[in-house]
Design a protein around this ligand. Structure first.
Ligand code: TYM
Length: 330
């Protein structure tokens, strides 16, 4: 059975607290750029996914905040629909059960992000089982909407492999129901923490720049950021260069960065100048963002209306997919 493919571009973000600039660069910016090219997209706040680490009350607390962030970062509600995942909680849960039958515990235990999390910040004895099902729930989100393309950061690639495998196997067994979703990685981006080699993440706030950080805090964080010894290009420094260039599109600023890095590679002591420039770029980006965000939240009915429309679209898509799935697996 051939189905109509619904969503061109689809992605989500967990409401686990304030967003970092890495979330913007890795996930929201590509979406905003594609939106400018006229691609219709659907984005959602993955509150069910954040139950892996949080109480339900905490997960729902940040939902509207994330939507306000999306809007202030440039998502245009006339081109992009937005919904909260729990608005279709039944459909997501049911689809997760159906898909979970097609993945082994061994495959899930091999997912590198799970291994990493269990090694660094979760204890297998106390972590809840949703952590194991995380990629299956992602598959459920994406496949319910029959989305074609998913812009995500590099850290989500392993999950996307599980999603693609599940879609392929489901189609082979039951007929062509799902498009095999591709990862829309505009660039291979992995923004690192300002401290150490792990990725920048909300769960390690000392090394992260949050969109809500005040400028004094930002300056302090960048001042103490790791860079590289003269003549060397460390992973940290490369990540800071990407960050600076992604946050500012001005070619003159890009050439300034290139000149500083050339001097650094020639053995000059210029990391202070690089940090000063990075600070100016980040402060400029954040202060403009914070002004726009204050405007967005001034009228709460704006977000109410957007979420209502988004939920009804996501629900209609999810229901029609489930109808198709139910009739195919009979
Ligand atoms: P979350 O909230 O952890 O991350 C949201 C997006 O931000 C990207 N990102 C990064 N990109 C570059 N460098 C970083 N340091 C960095 N940190 C985060 C992530 O790759 C992600 O794109 N599992 C998803 C949420 C989700 C989802 C989905 C996404 C649930 N279901 C279905 C797409 C489709 C996540 O990691 O959220």
């Amino acid at each position: 059975m051939k189905s109509e493919y619904k969503i061109e571009l689809y992605t989500g973000i967990r409401p686990t607290g304030d967003l970092t600039i890495a979330n913007y660069v890795g996930a929201v910016k590509p979406l905003v750029e594609l939106q400018k090219q006229g691609v219709k997209s659907l984005v959602f706040v993955a509150d069910i996914h954040s139950l892996t680490d949080n109480e339900p009350a905490t997960a729902s607390k940040f939902c509207r905040e994330v939507v306000a962030d999306y809007l202030a970062l440039g998502l245009d509600p006339s081109k992009t629909n937005i919904y909260i995942q729990s608005a279709i909680a039944y459909q997501v849960s049911y689809m997760t059960l159906l898909l979970a039958r097609h993945v082994s515990v061994a495959e899930l235990l091999r997912v590198p992000t799970l291994k990493d999390k269990l090694r660094n910040n979760a204890n297998p004895k106390t972590a809840n089982a949703l952590l194991l099902l995380y990629p299956v729930m992602m598959a459920s989100d994406i496949l319910l909407q029959r989305a074609k393309s998913v812009p995500v950061g590099e850290d989500q690639l392993a999950h996307m492999e599980v999603v693609r495998r599940l879609a392929r196997d489901f189609n082979t067994k039951y007929g062509e129901i799902f498009p095999i979703p591709t990862v829309q990685q505009v660039k291979s981006l992995r923004i690192l923490s300002l401290k150490g080699s792990r990725k920048m993440s909300k769960s390690f706030p000392e090394g992260a720049i949050f969109l809500t950080d005040d400028m004094t805090k930002v300056k302090k964080k960048i001042k103490s950021a790791e860079t590289a010894l003269e003549g060397k290009l460390s992973d940290s420094l490369q990540s800071h260069i990407i960050l600076a260039k992604e946050l500012c599109d001005d070619h003159e600023v890009h050439s300034k960065i290139d000149t500083i890095i050339k001097d650094h590679m020639d053995g000059k002591h210029v990391m202070g100048a690089f940090k000063d420039l990075l600070t100016v770029i980040v402060v400029d980006f954040l202060s403009k963002f914070q002004v726009r965000r204050a405007e967005v939240v001034r009228d709460p009915s704006l977000i109410d209306g957007i979420l209502k429309e988004g939920a009804s679209m996501a629900l209609a898509n999810a229901e029609s997919t489930l109808d198709l799935v139910r009739s195919s697996i009979k």
